[in-house]
Design a protein around this ligand. Structure first.
Ligand code: 3PG
Length: 220
């Protein structure tokens, strides 16, 4: 794999500056557009400024746009991007980065020429190798717990030690540390910081407090 170092690497430096600023990235799903700004503000004020906003709801793109406009300190990416068409919509909405749960050749190809960096999702060494061939060096490891967790990431490091990951899927306050301790992990992501119950109750203080606990515990 090291012979491919001369390939254009797909915005590794940009992704590093995003991911290393984060350590923990809240994965957020917005059901009501009016929740976007107060929720984003609670996370930023709590100390978690890098946010993955999933494109799983009708209002997600507009929510992303509003969050980015209203919260200049936030770095908001689009998550659950499944197709180049969604990738393009995320670019137009002002996404700072794009995250995909898995990766296809069309997405890998689209991402190489996009101005917005992509963190492609992989769960196996073969998927990782496919991304590597396109120049990708930074990946989301998803679904982390279901795909072998910490043990799998340790195994990935043997054949491909240069790859770095943001594990997501089943990460909690209790197991995040074991991932962050791995040399090939840049940050972790998860929805546990924004529980649906707190969002539905518009409990922004509760979310700010949760974010603060997470930031205090995991940020250097
Ligand atoms: C994602 O898209 O990254 C996941 O939905 C987040 O996984 P989690 O809900 O297990 O944290």
């Amino acid at each position: 794999m090291s012979t491919e170092k001369q390939l254009p690497s797909t915005r590794t430096t940009e992704l590093d500056s995003i991911c290393l600023r984060a350590e923990v990235i809240p994965v957020v799903t917005i059901e009501r557009l009016e929740d976007a700004i107060p929720l984003g503000r609670a996370l930023v004020e709590g100390g978690l400024a890098v946010i993955e906003l999933t494109l799983r709801t009708d209002c997600a793109l507009e929510a992303l746009k509003r969050m980015n406009e209203a919260l200049p300190r936030a770095c908001v990416g689009a998550g659950t991007v499944l197709t180049p068409a969604q990738y393009r919509q995320a670019e137009q909405a002002g996404a700072d980065f794009v995250v995909t749960p898995g990766a296809t050749d069309t997405l890998y190809r689209y991402g190489v020429s996009s101005p917005v960096p992509m963190l492609p999702g992989v769960a196996t060494v073969s998927e990782l190798m496919a991304g590597w061939q396109y120049g990708y060096r930074r990946f989301k490891f998803f679904p982390a717990e279901a795909s072998g967790g910490v043990a799998a990431l340790k195994s990935f490091a043997a054949p491909i030690p240069e790859a770095r990951f943001c594990p997501t899927g089943g990460i909690t306050m209790d197991n995040a540390e074991s991932y962050l301790a791995l040399p090939n992990v840049m940050c972790v992501g998860g929805s546990w910081i924004t529980p649906k119950k707190l969002i539905d109750a518009e409990d922004w203080d509760g979310i700010r407090e949760l974010a603060r606990q997470v930031a205090d515990r995991f940020h250097h």
